[in-house]
Design a protein around this ligand. Structure first.
Ligand SMILES: Nc1nc2c(ncn2[C@@H]2O[C@H](COP(=O)(O)OP(=O)(O)OP(=O)(O)O)[C@@H](O)[C@H]2O)c(=O)[nH]1
Length: 388
């Protein structure tokens, strides 16, 4: 169990320490270890046994990060005194339990045994219907070495008022609030899953859509494994802005490290025909953005669980594959059978005709490599993986 401790006048969570001034307003979270440098935290030189024990033994070290949220104010009073502070005060207990190897059982609707389906095959990241063979085998054997601390960061971006908070709250708390309270800075939720028998958590970051909070929110884009760009299905302008939101979020992340989703919200406000019409343009844009498209309603809950299950499964599978790759000391082999095949999709779109594919946002393959479905190669860093 991780808890704040004092060490040489500093406040520490596991191995990472902040000044006492920062700690009371710090939101503590686990992110990829490259992230903590940007916050004024530092590693504690002497290892703390319980923290080390819960770190990923397989090499994907996750640093415990204390992040300071400067924003204060009375917004979102229904959610907490302040959106930002709510993240630190309201969730630390839940987060601790998610970092504990043997936490309480997850609720039944967070148990994923088969690969969740896409919303539309016209714009989806994968067409396959099963977990990758090596992932299933690894999970069956519990051959993870890291059980208990598998966590992916999800960042939700988009214009103000499109329904980002409502979407997250519908999923995490099963509530819907018809009153608008602007998010100040950022807030987050941790949602626990069990995927293929393995505990897994999504850390879902809700960012402010208002321009004046953008600089605070953008500090939290880094280390995302999933970027969700949300727009309001009833407001076409918000769809137009998603490309900029995505660019901003991608700029803070390693090329090829993020799954991207484009989500149309407030589906309940449109008739079936109007929704289909709005989706045509959204699907086109999703393909340009190499994103998977979903239409959802936080009000009715339509597609919300299915959407986040899909997000969780894709992120989970990717992190298991990355672990396997790291352990083998080389990119996963390319070839036939139960191996991974890398290929270059056409431009920003999908590789036509492939039965199953994974697209993680990635700029075009470097010059000198020419890949297609018949000519396979091992490309370090290439994340277009066709899972056979
Ligand atoms: N009818 C309907 N209204 C929704 C839905 N989702 C959100 N809303 C409403 O839209 C308004 C804005 O929702 P929020 O979730 O606060 O929007 P946001 O994107 O988080 O806004 P910022 O925090 O300013 O970035 C609120 O009044 C919600 O009740 C939905 O699915 N259907």
């Amino acid at each position: 169990m991780l808890a704040w401790t004092k060490w040489k006048g500093r406040e520490c969570l596991g191995s990472f320490c902040c000044s006492p001034q920062e700690a009371p307003v710090a939101t503590v979270t686990a992110l990829a270890n490259r992230v903590w440098h940007s916050f004024r935290c530092e590693p504690r030189p002497d290892p703390v046994p319980d923290a080390r024990d819960s770190l990923d033994a397989g090499g994907s070290r996750v640093a415990l990060v204390a992040m300071v949220i400067a924003a204060t104010g009375p917004a979102r009073p229904g959610r907490a005194a302040s959106g930002a502070f709510a993240a630190s005060a309201g969730h630390s207990g839940r987060m601790r339990s998610s970092l504990t190897p043997l936490g309480p059982p997850v609720s039944r609707d967070r148990i994923i045994t088969s690969f969740p389906k896409w919303y539309t095959p016209e714009a989806c990241l994968q067409l396959k219907e099963h977990f990758h063979g090596q992932v299933s085998t690894t999970c069956q054997r519990r051959n993870m070495g890291t059980v208990g601390l598998r966590l992916s960061k999800v960042v939700v971006v988009g214009d103000l008022y499109v329904g980002k908070t409502s979407l997250i709250h519908r999923f995490c708390k099963n509530v819907f609030d018809r009153d608008y309270k602007a998010t100040i800075g950022v807030d987050f939720e941790i949602e626990r899953f069990e995927i293929a028998g393995i505990p897994y958590s999504l850390q879902i970051w809700d960012t402010a859509g208002q321009e004046k909070f953008k600089c605070i929110a953008s500090a939290y884009y880094r280390g995302a494994q999933v970027i969700i760009t949300a727009f309001d299905l009833t407001d076409v302008q918000t769809l137009g802005h998603t490309r900029q939101w995505l660019e901003d979020a991608l700029r803070e992340n390693e090329p090829g490290s993020c799954f991207v989703f484009l989500v149309g919200t407030k589906k309940d406000l449109l008739s079936g025909a109007a929704c289909e019409q709005a989706e045509v343009e959204a699907v086109r844009l999703a393909n340009e953005m190499q994103a998977e498209y979903w239409s959802v309603s936080a009000k009715t809950g339509e597609n919300v669980k299915a959407f986040f299950s899909r997000v969780a499964a894709l992120a989970f599978e990717q992190s298991v594959l990355q672990d396997l790759e790291r352990r083998s000391g080389a990119p996963l082999q390319v070839g036939d059978g139960d191996l991974i095949r890398a290929y270059r999709p056409q431009g920003w779109g999908w590789g036509a005709g492939s039965q199953c594919k994974t697209n993680v946002h990635q700029p075009p393959v470097p010059r000198g490599y020419s890949l297609n479905l018949s000519s396979c190669a091992v490309l370090s860093g290439v994340r277009f993986l066709s899972l056979l």
